[in-house]
Design a protein around this ligand. Structure first.
Ligand code: UTP
Ligand code: MG
Length: 917
């Protein structure tokens, strides 16, 4: 028991204190004490005497109270005593172990296989049984290789050494000294021939590796292997930062394209610039410094490296914030508001996420995406279930022991509900290894397959079940195990197969492999969706699903889980935001100050002037109009700058309104910026309702969205700004809702839609006027009509209009609470949010009688429907929020049912949280 002699002799509780508490607590206390023994918290003698004392007292006073307890209490006590019995048993078991049992994983550098072993097993023996052991040993003797490498485990060298010592018996070698720490040292240590090598110094070496997920995304092995064939530097020189981005870490080239292909990156590695850079020692040192830094970070921090580039030896450049950051300040930079805002905005981008690993990056801030919330919920339910089962087991045991038949319990709906466990069919799609492409549902089959090298250097896959060799080709191997060999086919579990893209079910693996994944329908998928589509397996209901995460969300509700069982937790960010009334008010004031600063700094004006100047090369008389949050007063420092470019007679929608015109204008604009080094990352989003050109204005570090349609967005921005002036509380209110939404991360609801919902809530309650009412009050003769939609011509003073509204009498926290309460109960199935009228409109009115029953104020919509190119309001959506001016536009048309539920649930929880009681 020597190892129990911890130097920590402080103790938290005393027996006399325990006795003043309830009996139940005494049992807990004893249980804690037993655990404490296990955890080495107390000094042995002390624990021993305490337990003896406890037993004495337990036998006297506690026993009496236990005997006097009623039926219910008895049940609880018996359960607790059983728990105690279990704890004591495990404590005793623990005491018999001299060592704590730990798992260690090692990776074989030849086949990359992970070998897992426990500290109570003979690690040496386990590793010796690995089929590459001999090869490694031979390499060690002849070339001085490094041996097995510890895989992402926590064991430190000394721990490893002690276990090694056990395996070696009496070896007196000082292992910690002999273990090389850098590759340089390794070479020095292990160079030499067989004769002068001390075989006992064959060690396990623990070089740092990137987190597996980070590595698979940013430095995928297949791709890196391809690059290294041409690149002299045997390190990661090129980083894949996103689906359409890569960055060269040595010659600082940024590569953007629709898709970053292997071909493109290998081409870069073969280029003269890259070759020249790789000759510079400073560059190589910078690269080493870069990787050393990131390798030493926690996995979640590592995910942020996609934003950082080497700059000089102690510094990096953040490509998001364009700041030069000292290595020591990188972590705090990642946590800074500006950086965080950029990351959140990147996540919120509907069309295209520019960087990889965003969900993990958000996790670092305690922000959970909808999907993660759902996963957490599932895990929690799984844990609860296991706990419950364990408890039941103990209870059952207790009843059996006392010969009392167990009480029958009716099955609850929870127990009847199946938990859905969804995994990717292929975890490493980027791998070139045939074995990695065998779907998870056929994992049983993998054990019959081995790779065999032929004398000519080629490889085949041997099947021990059918005793044949197969060509090392994915199609052939997969066909063999899933279709061709009856022996294998029988081993496969029976699955159903569903392709969400084509909305069809297939029977069996045969039908599935016949399904044409290159059909027109698959090819016609939105570009933004394609990279996210893959094959999943629900191991619970044995279904293969081809689709994206939304498809999975649609799969889940079918399990019949009740509403109550769905996510019931606010994200940590929201809890923090709503921590107390003071904190909330302070955050509101802070956001307002930031928005005002954004409004007043000259950046927007300067950037617009520069854009105009550059665009004039292609469009002689163009005029640039800024709009969006930076103008309306709901912006933050990291907000993008939205601009409308009028190339001539376009503001009112007279010219260039066809999608083809828009694309032509964007192409011309791209030419205007092409040679200008102030603009980076140009990227056209042509499929959007309003096509845009995205670019980054380097001198001011501003992301810009350029549109070329008409001036209606400029007008709706004016309207938002006007509302904030009319009802001042609207500004902190919308800003706080915007911040709230950044934690909730609702798919397909953008900032503008949230702002419109806030305005609508104020209209409904008389704190703002409807668009129609405002228009009538201003009663201007000069109507502003844009593309057939009436805007507002503001003719009266603000004071005049203020007479028609009530000023909100309470503080912003109460307004938020009311807003959340309102939308948590909003009947999205029946009503459309309509800021034009400042009240709800029944959905059915849009459908029946061709919309003729709609309120007369919506006449422009009906007129537009009769035009050449009508656009029907998207009513089939699960959430309808009508644009205040463009009445055919449902701002939330792409929202899915799950998102509405999540939104309403979050509203409900937020309203509750805001009670501040
Ligand atoms: P953004 O999505 O850039 O939002 O739309 P924002 O209000 O500027 O907020 P940030 O960027 O997240 O801080 C910019 C503008 O585009 C128009 C609105 O005028 C909005 O303010 N817009 C956006 C529409 O007219 N319709 C839409 O569906 C979306
Ligand atoms: Mg914007």
């Amino acid at each position: 028991m020597n190892h129990l002699k911890s130097n920590n002799s402080n103790y938290i509780f005393h027996l006399p204190e325990i006795l003043r508490q309830d009996d139940e607590e005494i049992l807990h206390a004893l249980e804690n004490k037993t655990n404490a023994v296990v955890k080495n918290i107390y000094n042995v003698e002390y624990v021993q005497s305490e337990i003896e004392n406890f037993l004495r007292l337990f036998n006297s006073s506690c026993r009496l109270s236990l005997l006097n307890c009623n039926e219910n209490e008895r049940e609880n006590f018996t359960f607790l005593l059983l728990l105690l019995e279990n704890s004591v048993k495990s404590a005793l078991k623990e005491l018999h172990h001299n060592n704590k049992i730990k798992s260690y994983s090692f990776r074989c550098p030849i086949c990359e296989d992970v070998i897992t072993t426990k500290s109570n097993e003979n690690i040496w023996e386990t590793l010796q049984s690995h089929h590459h052991f001999e090869d490694l040993y031979f390499q060690f003797l002849t070339e001085g290789c490094t041996g097995f490498q510890q895989d992402t485990d926590t064991m430190d060298c000394n721990e490893a050494d002690s276990t090694m010592n056990n395996s070696f018996g009496d070896s007196d070698t000082e292992y910690s000294e002999a273990i090389p720490t850098t590759s340089g040292e390794q070479n020095n240590l292990h160079s030499g021939n067989e004769k002068n090598v001390d075989v006992n110094s064959f060690r396990f070496n623990f070089p740092l590796r990137y987190d597996e997920l980070v590595e698979s995304k940013v430095y995928p092995p297949g791709l890196m292997w391809g690059i290294r064939r041409y690149d002299k530097i045997k390190d990661y020189t090129i980083q894949r930062c996103g689906p359409s981005r890569a960055s060269c870490l040595i010659c600082h080239c940024e590569m953007n394209g629709l898709r970053i292909s292997k071909h493109m990156l290998i081409g870069h590695a073969m280029g003269q610039r890259h070759i020249n850079a790789s000759k510079s020692e400073t560059v190589l040192e910078m690269l080493q410094f870069y990787h050393n830094f990131w390798l030493n970070q926690e996995p979640l921090i590592q995910t942020h490296q996609v934003y950082f580039r080497p700059y000089s030896i102690p510094t990096f450049r953040c490509a998001l914030c364009l700041e030069i950051v000292h290595a020591e300040g990188v972590v705090s930079h990642i946590f800074s508001d500006t950086h965080k805002d950029y990351v959140i905005r990147n996540y919120n981008k509907r069309d295209r996420k520019e960087y990889y690993l965003i969900e993990l990056q958000l996790q670092l801030y305690g922000i959970k995406t909808e999907k993660q919330n759902e996963d957490d919920k599932q895990n929690k339910e799984e844990n609860n279930k296991t706990k419950k089962e364990a408890k039941e087991k103990i209870k059952k045991k207790q009843y059996t022991d006392s010969k009392i038949p167990p009480r029958r319990k009716s099955a609850s709906s929870k127990e009847l509900t199946a938990e859905h466990k969804i995994i990717r069919s292929i975890e490493r799609p980027e791998s070139t290894d045939v074995f990695d492409h065998i779907p998870n549902r056929m994992k049983e089959q993998r054990k019959y397959l081995t790779r065999k090298s032929l004398p000519d250097g080629s490889a085949v896959v041997s099947c021990s079940l059918c005793k044949i060799d197969l060509k090392n080709d994915l199609k052939i191997v997969r066909n063999h195990i899933s279709l061709a060999s009856p022996a294998h086919v029988d081993l496969n579990e029976i699955y159903k197969y569903y392709c969400e893209i084509c909305n069809i079910w297939e029977q069996g693996e045969m039908g599935w492999s016949r399904h044409n994944f290159k059909s027109k329908r698959h090819l016609n998928m939105a570009e933004s969706r394609k990279p996210n589509v893959t094959e999943y397996e629900c191991t619970t209901c044995k279904t293969v699903i081809f689709g994206d995460e939304l498809s999975l969300a649609r799969h889940l509700p079918k399990d019949g889980r009740s509403k109550k069982e769905r996510s019931n937790q606010l994200p940590d960010g929201v809890k923090l935001l709503f921590k107390s009334k003071q904190d909330l008010l302070a955050e509101g004031a802070n956001l307002v100050a930031q928005a005002e600063e954004v409004l007043t700094i000259p950046d927007t004006r300067v950037c617009c002037e520069k854009l105009e100047e550059a665009l004039r090369e292609q469009f002689e008389n163009c005029k640039v109009y800024p709009f969006g949050s930076r103008i309306s007063g709901i912006g933050t420092k990291s907000s993008d700058l939205d601009v409308f470019v009028d190339t001539g007679d376009m503001y009112y929608g007279q010219r260039n309104q066809d999608p083809s015109d828009q694309v032509t204008l964007i192409r011309k604009a791209i030419k205007a910026f092409a040679k200008n080094r102030d603009y980076e990352n140009q990227h056209a989003v042509s499929t959007a309702r309003t096509p845009i050109l995205k670019l980054h204005y380097v001198p001011l570090n501003l992301d810009c969205d350029l549109s070329f349609k008409h001036g209606l967005s400029v007008e709706n921005t004016k309207f938002l700004k006007y509302c904030l002036e009319l009802q001042p509380i609207a500004q902190p209110f919308i800003l706080l809702v915007k911040k709230w939404s950044s934690y909730i991360l609702l798919e397909c609801v953008n900032t503008y839609a949230f702002a419109v919902m806030c305005i609508f809530y104020l209209q409904v309650n008389g704190f703002l006027l409807s668009v129609e009412r405002l228009r009538n009050l201003h009663n201007s003769n000069n109507l502003t009509i844009i593309n057939g939609w009436k805007a507002i011509t503001y003719s009266l003073s603000l004071e005049e209009i203020k007479k028609h509204i009530k000023i909100y009498p309470r503080s912003v926290d109460e307004l938020l609470k009311e807003f959340f309460e309102y939308f948590s109960k909003f009947d999205f199935n029946s009503y459309v949010v309509c800021p034009l009228l400042g009240r709800v409109v029944n959905r059915s009115l849009f459908e029946t009688n061709s919309g003729q029953d709609l309120p007369k104020e919506m006449n422009d919509y009906l007129v537009q429907l009769e035009g050449d190119d009508p656009e029907v309001f998207k009513l089939k959506s699960f959430m309808c929020v009508q644009d205040p001016f463009d009445l055919s536009h449902n701002l939330t048309k792409a929202v899915q049912q799950g998102t509405v539920k999540n939104f309403q649930n979050m509203c409900k929880l937020s309203a509750k949280h805001l009670a501040f009681n």
